[in-house]
Design a protein around this ligand. Structure first.
Ligand code: TPP
Ligand code: MG
Length: 578
């Protein structure tokens, strides 16, 4: 059957399980753009990085590849921040950009990007920030390259894949030769599952990881689990809890994996990285684990450095889907290569055959863990609602958990409000905090929250952002208004790039050069964008405002006016003071 390239692409997006694509149009993408009328349909973002942020939040919510459409030239360059952020955080996207006609390559057509005359070949921009940057130059390969983009995005360690398509080819009929290289036509309408790497053939890597890892764990006296994004991104909270309970092992996670377990889980000992408790490492040292199970962690310096003494003393087991990660920054004693989704159940099944379930760590450590966890709860509850007469950022965020429905997902942006959310918000369910940890671009939280809200209309999404981030990407909120998304937006207005200004106060002699912002009426701005919105000026008014936001169908904005001097809880000895 003959089919236009653009229609074939649209059909593959549908088969990948995406009901929307996010983008900004331009001449060179129009034949593709025009096919996204329905299932999947286009969502017009206000900026290309906003589109990528939305696709990122949508993908994290659905577990399917997010799709982005943009044009060449400025469309391409505007995409860079959003795509780079998804790459750093291993979020699968398929990013499709237009390109000038093949017949004009090298001749200097408007915005042509062949790379001959001060134009930027798309692959030069996208190669370092995607798993692969591909360009279709021959219709006979189009099916193969489109299919490859989708399978690459979700296979192994997920991430964005870029596909550049010249405008003349977008509208062309695909030759009726079937996929290249004997590839079978995809048949299933179901979204492709993330593909497991399977067992490695490398020497030193186990061929039966389930059994050998379980044997090591069963023999451990004081096991510790360190969970990373490899667990959280697969939403394996239930499997992780089952394994931890079976072993009686406390769980620490990376900031990226912050809500891999509900914070109420009795074995959850907290997170490493930004917003980390100052008493976490001494606590873990007192436990003195003899076996540490590292699940899907890259061991960036801020996670690995505090753990170095523990990791050098204990036997370590690393589990990762990516052979490049399995010994990165720390060479384990034992390694298992594969998807945590397949391996965790294998570990628990093998363990069940070999040892009695423990559920809690041995006393007296169990009591120490309880006291350690309680201290955080008390410290959060002790955050005053006001700071120098204004509504406190920390106090507001610390109280959110008590007000929000248990399945709410909180999406912080970049800034002091990000740190306070990581340290103080205790989500009731796994996945209750959606976090950008890799690039931390300002405005990501706004686009990602809109994308998450568009993906999941059954629960409340809460975007926590700042005045600086709003000024960069606040316009994307008009998308939430257009679609009537169930989204609450908290804008902490401290009239500053607070995160940076705090550094000036603390380390740069208090010279607040170029970090103050004018006093902007964000409630009015959100109103103009189509969201009902109000301002909270007095500390006592926050709870009632949140109550109104929760009762309102569709989006609701709250501008919280706070003090520029306020220091996030984790930077002022909040735990020590309890
Ligand atoms: C695109 C981008 N530019 C610069 C930064 C560096 N940066 C991190 S936080 C921050 C200030 C954010 O201000 P605001 O959104 O008002 O949050 P606050 O810290 O005041 O809570 C800046 C400039 C960044 N993360 N992203
Ligand atoms: Mg600010």
């Amino acid at each position: 059957v003959s089919v236009q390239l653009a229609s074939y692409l649209h059909e593959q997006v549908r088969r990948a399980g995406a009901d929307r694509a996010f983008g900004v149009p331009g001449s060179y993408i129009m034949p593709v753009w025009q096919t996204f009328k329905a299932n999947p349909r286009i969502v017009l973002a206000r900026h290309e990085s906003g589109a990528a942020f939305m696709a990122d939040g949508w993908s994290r919510t659905t577990g399917r590849p997010g799709v982005v459409l943009a044009t060449i030239g400025p469309g391409l360059t505007n995409l860079v921040t959003g795509v780079a952020g998804a790459y750093r955080d291993s979020v699968p996207l398929v990013v499709v950009t237009g390109q000038a006609s093949t017949s004009s390559f090298g001749r200097g057509a408007f915005l042509e990007s062949y790379g001959m005359d001060r134009d930027t070949p798309p692959h030069a921009l996208f190669t370092p920030i995607t798993k692969k940057s591909l360009e279709i130059t021959d219709l006979r390969n189009a099916r193969f390259l489109i299919d490859s983009a989708f399978s690459l995005a979700v296979s192994g360690r997920p991430g964005p894949v870029h596909l550049s398509i010249p405008v003349d080819l977008q509208a062309a009929e695909l030759p009726d030769v079937g996929p290249a290289d004997g590839q079978a036509e995809p048949t299933a309408a179901a979204p492709p599952a993330a593909l497991a790497v399977g067992q490695a053939r490398d020497p030193g890597v186990l061929t039966d990881p389930g059994f050998a890892v379980a044997a090591e764990l069963a023999a451990a006296a004081r096991p510790l689990i360190l969970a990373g994004w490899g667990v959280a991104s697969r939403r394996l909270g239930g499997d992780l809890a089952a394994l931890a309970e079976q072993l009686g092992a406390p769980v620490v996670c990376t900031a990226k994996a912050i809500s891999c377990l509900p914070s109420t889980h009795p074995l959850h000992a907290g997170h490493l990285g930004p917003g980390q408790r100052s008493d976490l490492v001494p606590f873990l040292m007192s436990y003195d684990p003899d076996v540490v199970l590292l699940l899907g962690v890259s061991l960036h310096a801020y996670y690995a450095a505090p753990l170095a003494p523990l990791l050098s003393r204990a036997k370590t087991i690393r589990v990762d889907i990516d052979p490049d990660q399995i010994a990165l920054r720390h060479r384990p004693d034992l390694a298992a290569l594969g998807d945590a989704r397949d391996l965790l159940p294998r570990f628990t099944a093998a363990l069940a055959r070999m040892s009695e379930p423990r559920h809690t760590p041995p006393e007296p450590f169990s009591a120490v863990l309880r006291a350690f966890r309680d201290r955080r709860t008390k410290a959060a509850a002790a955050q005053p609602a006001a700071w120098r007469g204004r509504t406190s950022m920390s106090g507001t965020i610390a109280r959110l958990g008590a007000v929000l429905p248990p399945d709410a997902v909180v999406v912080p942006d970049a800034g002091n409000h990000w740190l306070d959310t990581i340290a103080l918000h205790e989500p009731a369910r796994p996945g209750g905090i959606m976090l950008n940890c890799g690039l931390g671009a300002m405005g990501w939280g706004i686009g990602a929250a809109v994308g998450a809200a568009l993906a999941d209309t059954g629960r409340t999404t809460v975007c926590i952002t700042g005045d600086g981030s709003m000024l960069m990407h606040g316009s994307e909120l008009s998308v939430a208004a257009e679609y009537g998304c169930d989204l609450i937006v908290l804008v902490f207005n401290n009239q500053a790039h607070g995160r940076v200004q705090l550094g000036q106060r603390q380390d740069l002699d208090g010279d607040l050069l170029g970090t103050g912002l004018p006093d902007i009426d964000f409630a009015r701005w959100m109103g103009a964008l189509g969201l009902p919105a109000e301002t909270v000026d007095r500390p006592g008014d926050m709870e009632a405002a949140l109550g109104r936001a929760l009762k309102t169908d569709g989006p609701f904005g709250i501008e919280v006016r706070c003090h520029p001097d306020e220091v996030p809880a984790c930077m002022r000895d909040w735990i020590e003071d309890v």
